[in-house]
Design a binder for this molecule. Structure first.
Ligand SMILES: Nc1nc2c(ncn2[C@@H]2O[C@H](COP(=O)(O)OP(=O)(O)OP(=O)(O)O)[C@@H](O)[C@H]2O)c(=O)[nH]1
Ligand SMILES: [Mg+2]
Length: 316
């Protein structure tokens, strides 16, 4: 039977949603990192089978938003559930369920469509731990199925595909067979650079970095694709960290991003990176529009977004 439909991948930050998307469609369309909140927008990845098609929707991890950027991110994830045929909740089986997971379960309460639970990262846990986890997970929601996988090794991913195809409605594929993603080339460039920044920085920097492609010069693409990007940080003090001593860090980021882009575009790439400060861009609606984090249905509030409160000093 021909089946087709949309499946969204939702879950807590770092659960492995983007790794799973890439594994499912067999191509890297979403960047991945060991830092939470890597994905900032919805990313479509299409898998075409002989007679069926699944349109996967990778989403930002669901977390407590402390900036307007994060409000857009979380809303994008929550809204994705409305538009799809099946929801896949991705859970990091190597972690302990916490309050964030309780919150995600409450979001599933009103969902009147099949929800499949993926227990990801099973390569990191001892086999005997899996059964108790499956039993515990049954209290979170009435799942249509629970599928253990390792998005990194690919273990269990084909079973997940079979389970999802069974849940999808009958229908003809909507995208051509060779269609892979909705991500424009410019976005893939910006995201590749951001992935390298995430890989090599720590603490607040991964969260406060954005990348914009200023110029995508393909006039001589067969010979050399010329790309000019700006890496935005929030504060002057963050610039030297991204640039590094004698420009060493920026060079490393540039070299690694260029190598990935040369593989992706199958041509030689010239990549120019500069670093600029864009103060508080994470709380500036216009900056977010320019950086390419789409607005969600929620209307932007005029009030300044509440800043996280400083922790109260503890009594000795
Ligand atoms: N060992 C192991 N690591 C995994 C697996 N899946 C993902 N990871 C790692 O988990 C980290 C987070 O992966 P991502 O795919 O970026 O997670 P995400 O859910 O998309 O995260 P956000 O975009 O921040 O919401 C990365 O370091 C991945 O390499 C897995 O099956 N096994
Ligand atoms: Mg992701």
């Amino acid at each position: 039977m021909r089946r087709t439909g949309h499946v969204s991948l939702i879950g807590r930050p770092n659960a492995g949603k983007s790794t799973l998307l890439n594994s499912l469609i067999g191509a890297k369309v979403a960047i991945v990192s060991d830092k939470p909140q890597t994905t900032r927008t919805r990313i479509l990845g299409v898998k075409t089978y002989e007679d069926s098609q699944i349109v996967f929707v990778d989403t930002p991890g669901i977390h407590r938003p402390l900036h307007r950027l994060n409000v857009r991110m979380v809303d994008a994830a929550v809204e994705s559930m409305r538009d799809v045929d099946v929801v896949v909740l991705v859970f990091d089986a190597s972690s302990r369920p916490g309050r964030g997971d309780d919150y995600v379960s409450t979001l599933l309460r009103d969902i009147r469509k099949p929800v499949v639970l993926v227990l990801n990262k099973i390569d990191l846990i001892a086999k005997p731990k899996l059964l108790p986890l499956i039993q515990q997970a049954q209290s979170w929601h009435q799942f249509a199925a629970i599928v253990p996988v390792s998005a990194v090794s690919g273990d269990g991913v084909d079973r997940l595909e079979r389970v999802l195809l069974e849940q999808l409605p009958e229908g003809e594929p909507t995208y051509p067979d060779d269609y892979l993603t909705d991500q424009p080339e410019r976005t893939l460039v910006a995201e590749t650079v951001r992935e390298k920044v995430l890989m090599h920085t720590r603490a607040e920097l991964p969260f406060s970095t954005a990348v914009v492609v200023d110029q995508f010069d393909e006039s001589d693409r067969e010979r050399l694709l010329r790309l000019y990007c700006t890496i935005y940080v929030e504060q002057e003090s963050q610039k030297p960290i991204v640039i590094g001593r004698a420009g060493e860090m920026l060079k490393r980021i540039g070299t690694e991003a260029r190598q990935d882009l040369e593989r992706l575009f199958e041509t030689k790439v010239f990549l120019d990176l500069r670093v600029k400060v864009n103060p508080d861009w994470r709380d500036n609606e216009r900056a977010l529009d320019e950086i390419g984090v789409p607005r969600t249905a929620r209307r932007p509030s005029k009030r300044p977004f509440p800043k996280p409160r400083a922790a109260k000093p503890r009594r000795p």
